[in-house]
Design a protein around this ligand. Structure first.
Ligand SMILES: [Zn+2]
Ligand SMILES: [Zn+2]
Length: 142
């Protein structure tokens, strides 16, 4: 199984309220099965509130191929079919804090392109957060 993929078209994704604040106005990202709205992702990134505790799966990180990952699920802006990405702890923290390095960003961009998506479809990767060279321009400050 690819480490970055579209969820099965048959998988039904119900709208789930943010696990921290209960906001259910949109389809939010999920980390290890828990739902986070952008505000609560930001809090997680800067280390406010409870840290995320998640068991890792025996899968390979989409960026570095490290064995032992947590699943990040994100809903593209114009689709209800989510993108699933396996990420190691380090790269999960980096994507949430919007501070992936250019190489890591390029790895994700390439894999998104191969499934017909663009980085601009993914909230945490869009061009308010990274320039065209994949340099983080608005990292969350820890
Ligand atoms: Zn929230
Ligand atoms: Zn990794």
């Amino acid at each position: 199984m690819e480490s970055l993929r579209l969820a099965s078209p048959n998988s039904v994704s119900p709208k789930i309220a943010c696990s921290r604040c209960g906001d259910d106005s949109r389809f939010w990202d999920r980390i290890a099965g828990k739902t986070f709205c952008p505000n609560c992702l930001e809090s997680l990134a800067v280390g406010e509130g409870e840290p995320l505790v998640a068991r890792t799966d025996r899968k390979r990180c989409a960026i570095c191929h490290h064995l032992g990952t947590v699943r990040y699920v994100t809903f593209p802006l114009h689709s209800r079919r989510p993108i699933e990405v396996e990420l190691c702890a380090e790269h999960l923290r980096a994507i949430v804090a919007r501070r992936l390095g250019p190489h890591a960003f390029e790895q994700l961009r390439r894999q998104l392109t191969s499934i017909g998506m663009e980085v601009s479809d993914v909230f945490l990767l869009h061009d308010a957060f990274y320039d065209e060279h994949g340099r983080a321009i608005q990292p969350a400050v820890e």
